[in-house]
Design a protein around this ligand. Structure first.
Ligand code: CMC
Length: 402
């Protein structure tokens, strides 16, 4: 009653106050806790930035040591999980595996169980409940890389690898993906650094569809594993984290640069979508896309150029000067170039959204923690609708229906 305004797709609804990430879509600005994304990409690391996003300030070296130690310590996954991973078909999409695995993980940690939330464990804000919150955060960030690597290896028919010690977060991930029993395995430092920067710039993006899903799910006081699994499911879609995979499929379908004009015409006739272009918030440029584009060249120096690069560049150039895209303020987003890097690094195509999900676990948890600890406690997210269905009518038996 009294509801008059429908906001389809939440174009103009602010559902909370947040101190985590700032975006100015007209100016193309992205800041984590006030720090420009460009400075963080250049000087920070994914794990240091994770601390910043979650706790609000850059860590001292002592704080970082503890945080890194906790995250890496919690990267090991219970040995029983191997059976779970082996239950998937050989061609299962790794995002389906990862989404399920995140929810499955929650079954191990009884202190996070929703049945205990009647006691408001997450929302009390005292030292004991803060410790419970942080433990789930360490586990989820630590195990995200392990679950992702397990999803990869099970499809390759490879044995699982115990997370190594002494490597960086991304180094450990690459080790778990690639290690084939060599005694002297070391990830390539340029690729390790590139992946770390990619992780960092994917770590958060304020209230995108998946972060919103995590908060909506978490607002029922369910455990964070279930909430993060819900976020991962949302990220899987081609309009969100699945776009990096969709971009490469699109480039493969276009083929040669000479086919770009025909593709652009098909987009303008709405027969196709230009994946990796457009954004709900950015209306001039996505600052992350410049970082990724620059990094692509650094990675290609090691791996060699991707054969689709010329087509991507031709597509980019054609779209940026075409009236259809200019009028609608459509520019490349973070997904336009990232897939080319992942491909050059040898990741399978359907694994690309996983490379978005793993670092985004950080942002999801930063938002979840902020919500759990907000003043006044958590309010369950329950939007309203405007009912436009049938008025009251009386039931008719099946014989009376025509
Ligand atoms: N190709 C062709 N036309 C487009 C595209 C595109 N990629 N994106 C938007 N448009 C058109 C759209 O059809 C509409 O035209 P009109 O006003 O004539 O109907 C106009 O531009 C405005 O777009 P919108 O759909 O109202 O914008 P939105 O804010 O609802 O959607 C979006 C944003 C990202 C879902 C959309 O731009 C899109 O589908 N892009 C392709 C998928 C993609 O790259 N997603 C990754 C987003 S960035 C990373 C992430 O957050 O996951």
């Amino acid at each position: 009653k009294g509801l008059r305004v429908q906001d389809k797709g939440f174009l103009n609804t602010a559902v909370l106050r947040s101190k985590i990430t700032y975006i100015d879509g007209d100016a193309g600005i992205l800041r984590y806790r006030g720090y420009p994304i460009e400075q963080l990409a250049l000087q920070s690391s994914h794990l240091e930035t994770a601390y910043l996003l979650i706790y609000g300030s850059l860590p001292t070296s002592a704080q970082y040591k503890v945080f890194q130690g906790e995250v890496m310590h919690h990267s090991v996954v219970h040995a029983d999980a191997e059976q779970f991973f082996r239950s998937f078909r050989y061609d299962a999409h790794p995002m389906a595996i990862l989404t399920s695995a995140l929810a499955y993980l929650g079954s191990y940690y009884s202190e996070a169980n929703p049945s205990l939330q009647g006691q408001n464990l997450f929302t009390k804000g005292d030292a004991a409940s803060l410790a419970i919150i942080d433990k789930q955060i360490f586990r989820l960030i630590g195990k995200a890389t392990t679950l992702a690597a397990m999803a990869y290896r099970v499809r390759q028919g490879r044995d699982f690898v115990t997370p190594p010690t002494g490597l960086s977060y991304t180094g450990s991930f690459l080790y778990q993906m690639d290690h084939l029993g060599e005694t002297d395995y070391k990830p390539n430092p340029v690729l390790e650094k590139a992946l770390d920067v990619l992780f960092l710039i994917h770590a958060d993006h304020e209230l995108n569809a998946s972060a919103t899903t995590v908060l909506q799910t978490g607002s029922s006081l369910v455990d964070p594993y279930s909430a993060v699994a819900a976020g991962c499911a949302s990220l899987y879609g081609p309009l969100h984290g699945g776009a990096n995979e969709a971009v490469i499929r699109m480039l493969i379908s276009i083929g040669r640069p000479g086919n770009v004009p025909a593709f652009i015409e098909a987009v303008k006739k709405r027969e196709k979508v230009l994946s990796g272009f457009g954004h709900r918030v950015y209306k001039t440029s996505d600052p992350r896309s410049f970082i990724v584009r620059k990094m692509a060249d650094e990675v290609f120096e090691v791996t060699g150029k991707d054969e689709l690069l010329e087509t991507a560049m031709a597509l980019h150039e054609a779209a940026m000067k075409d009236e259809y895209f200019v009028k609608r303020k459509l520019a490349p987003n973070v997904d336009f170039w990232s897939g080319l890097i992942y491909r050059a690094m040898g990741f399978p195509l359907d694994f690309f959204p996983v490379l978005f999900a793993v670092p985004r676990v950080v942002g999801w948890l930063a938002h979840w923690r902020q919500m759990m600890l907000q003043d006044g406690g958590v309010k369950i997210w329950r939007p309203r609708q405007i009912y436009v269905g049938a008025p009251k009518r009386d039931y008719v038996t099946m014989e009376q229906r025509v």
